[in-house]
Design a protein around this ligand. Structure first.
Ligand code: SF4
Ligand code: SF4
Length: 144
């Protein structure tokens, strides 16, 4: 499944992703934090393969389904365990669990809205090809 990847070097901290997500879902499911007022870091769901949020959910409201985590609001008791379990700070609670569902159609608005192309949708091997090529070049230079 295609997932969302971040190229932190491209993020300009404009928060367009946050705004687009809020317009789509009524509550943002991505939030842009800053590190020492210098770098912007969007926090979002990585659609984990063995998702901690689903593992701790005792009602089955969050459930691993292949390479996605599905959410059934009817089973949610708002206990907040998923919030604590998520290593990426990607879940919020208001009157309901707010968690990325890839906009339901596999075309997340955060990705299509990002003006800097910092958020990319794709297969991990394809998306990280340039990163790996850069790392290989650095390694090759050291070995020369
Ligand atoms: S909400 Fe958090 S723990 Fe659950 S799949 Fe997304 S990143 Fe992983
Ligand atoms: S829209 Fe793109 S550039 Fe703007 S904050 Fe989000 S990830 Fe960064």
């Amino acid at each position: 499944m295609a997932k969302i990847y971040l190229n932190p070097e491209r993020c300009i901290g404009c928060r367009s992703c946050e705004v687009a997500c809020e317009r789509e879902h009524g509550h943002p499911r991505i939030s842009v934090g800053t590190v020492s007022d210098l770098a912007a870091v969007p926090l979002y769901c990585h659609q984990c393969d063995a998702a901690p949020c689903a593992a701790v959910c005792c009602t089955g409201s969050l459930r691993q389904d292949g390479d996605m985590v599905k959410f059934n609001p009817d089973l949610c008791t708002l206990c907040g365990l998923c919030l604590v379990a998520c290593p990426f700070g990607a879940i919020e609670l208001d009157s309901m669990v707010q968690r990325c569902d890839m906009c339901g159609n596999g075309t997340p608005v955060c990705v299509t809205t990002c003006p800097a192309e910092a958020l990319v949708l794709g297969d991990v091997d394809v998306v990280t090809r340039s990163t790996r090529a850069r790392a290989a070049a650095v390694l090759a230079a050291r070995l020369r």
